[in-house]
Write a protein that binds this ligand. Structure first.
Ligand code: GDP
Length: 178
């Protein structure tokens, strides 16, 4: 048994957090599903490098997603990795991710090990309506924020598995805490 890996998937309402998680876990994309009202936890087991890990995926942060992100009272130190999702057609959802990233950096307790963060631009299938060229955001996120950057489409299962593979490999490379 490899241990437990805790991943938080965060972002503004409607960016596709639930769709990404469901596509990764169940390989489906319900055209209509009820929006996530409150945080949901998924507890699949995954095989990584020959060992079985309990994965704990948190869909959203504490309580219903507020207009502005607020992670102050959340136990960030328990998380091994973060996926910050925005919609490539929505500049507001990118601003939301910007604040989330800052809050994670500011509220992480002193001495807590760094947890990898991947910023994910979802809804890549709608790229004709994207608000900014991919490269501009990728450079900002990687160079200034020091986070990973990817784009995916939960709708067409494009880069969704790759996203979790990359995230979990970076967690394992830093050593699993739990
Ligand atoms: P959440 O509130 O962040 O969990 O977002 P949801 O997963 O509930 O998705 C919000 C809406 O966006 C739903 O209508 C989804 O069908 C849609 N959606 C999610 N991912 C994609 C995607 O990759 N492409 C497109 N076109 N729509 C998506």
């Amino acid at each position: 048994m490899g241990g437990t890996l805790r991943v938080a998937v965060l972002g503004a309402p409607g960016v596709g957090k639930t769709a990404i998680i469901r596509q990764f876990l169940y390989g489906d994309f319900p055209e209509r599903h009820r929006p996530t009202a409150a945080r949901r936890l998924y507890r699949p087991a995954v095989l990584l490098n020959g060992a079985v890990y309990d994965l704990s995926i948190s869909d959203g942060g504490p309580g219903p997603a507020p207009e502005l992100p607020d992670l102050k009272d959340w136990s960030l130190q328990d998380m091994d990795a973060f996926v910050l999702v925005y919609d490539i057609c929505s500049p507001d959802s990118f601003d939301y991710v910007k604040v989330l990233r800052q809050q994670i950096a500011e509220n992480r307790p002193a001495g807590a090990p760094e947890a990898p963060i991947i910023v994910v631009g979802n809804k890549r299938d709608q790229q004709r309506q994207r608000f900014s060229p991919r490269r501009a955001l990728a450079v900002l996120v990687k160079k200034s924020w020091k986070c990973g950057y990817m784009e995916c489409s939960a709708k067409y299962n494009w880069h969704v598995v790759l996203l979790f593979k990359e995230l979990l490999s970076s967690v394992l490379a830093r050593g699993c805490k739990h």
